[in-house]
Design a protein around this ligand. Structure first.
Ligand SMILES: Cc1cc2nc3c(=O)[nH]c(=O)nc-3n(C[C@H](O)[C@H](O)[C@H](O)COP(=O)(O)O)c2cc1C
Length: 232
């Protein structure tokens, strides 16, 4: 993927800061970084609940700014061999090739570091996060950048205070044997713990694939929970 196209596709509107103005204009205004992972746009349950969170978050913070990273509109590339080499190369030893290989990771980490709150909306796919979100995680979880290891233990280097995950599950915790299997919440909690985000809320809505009389009340309850979480 061309780096220029990767940088270019960031949504902008009055409430959505572009990456560059966001990064170049330091301000005390709180920043919400919203990362959407569902490939579905309008019908997506996780996006609908995230919309409610975002609206309530903005309502409570008139000076707040939102940065959107939409993984359906612009997939984050998987790590390449040179990216991994770059991860383990000290900054002063990076050449132009390695610097280029790190641009995506640098960009996503800068976006995250600028945010006070991280909001992730995601479907559960095959018991865990969709691969587009895993690709984002792999670019963002980076030694000596978002976490450190001193030979005895890990410490997080991310300044973002809080993460909220909105996870849509088609199934519920009962029924088929596989229905309650969840590697999504535990994966994201472990990732946030590693990089230093200690305040983590996972809002899971279950049974989105159920009949309307089951799915609709579940989604309505999740929307209310998201609104409450946004003002907490
Ligand atoms: C490829 C695929 C895999 C899925 N895997 C699971 C799963 O493992 N567990 C589950 O509860 N639902 C699963 N679902 C259902 C989705 O989680 C559910 O439809 C969810 O509402 C999708 O989120 P969205 O509405 O935001 O797109 C899967 C759906 C698809 C398309």
């Amino acid at each position: 993927m061309q780096v220029s196209s990767f940088l270019g596709l960031i949504r902008t509107d009055s409430k959505v800061a572009s990456l560059w103005s966001d990064l170049m204009t330091p301000s005390a205004a709180p920043v919400l970084l919203r990362v959407d992972a569902s490939p579905r746009l309008e019908p997506s349950v996780s996006r609908r609940i995230a919309d409610a969170f975002e609206a309530a978050w903005i309502e409570g913070r008139r000076d707040g700014r939102v940065v959107h990273r939409d993984l359906a509109l612009q997939a984050v590339p998987h790590l390449q061999a040179q990216t991994v080499v770059g991860f383990y190369t000290p900054p002063e030893a990076l050449d132009d090739d390695l610097r280029r290989a790190l641009v995506v990771s640098d960009t996503l980490i800068a976006e995250l570091q600028r945010a006070d709150t991280l909001l992730i909306s995601t479907p559960m796919y095959n018991f865990t996060v969709p691969s587009v979100l895993k690709a984002w995680i792999d670019q963002v979880v980076r030694i000596n950048s978002t976490f450190a290891y001193d030979g005895t233990g890990f410490s997080g280097l991310v300044r973002t205070r809080r993460a909220v995950v909105i996870a849509a599950h088609g199934l519920g915790g009962d029924g088929a044997e596989s229905a309650g299997v969840d590697f999504l919440g535990p994966l994201l909690r472990a990732v946030f713990d590693l990089i230093g985000i200690k305040d983590v809320t996972v809002l899971s809505v279950e049974n989105t694939s159920g009949p309307p009389e089951v799915a609709e009340p579940a989604v309505a309850a999740a929307i209310e929970a998201a609104r409450r979480a946004a003002v907490a």
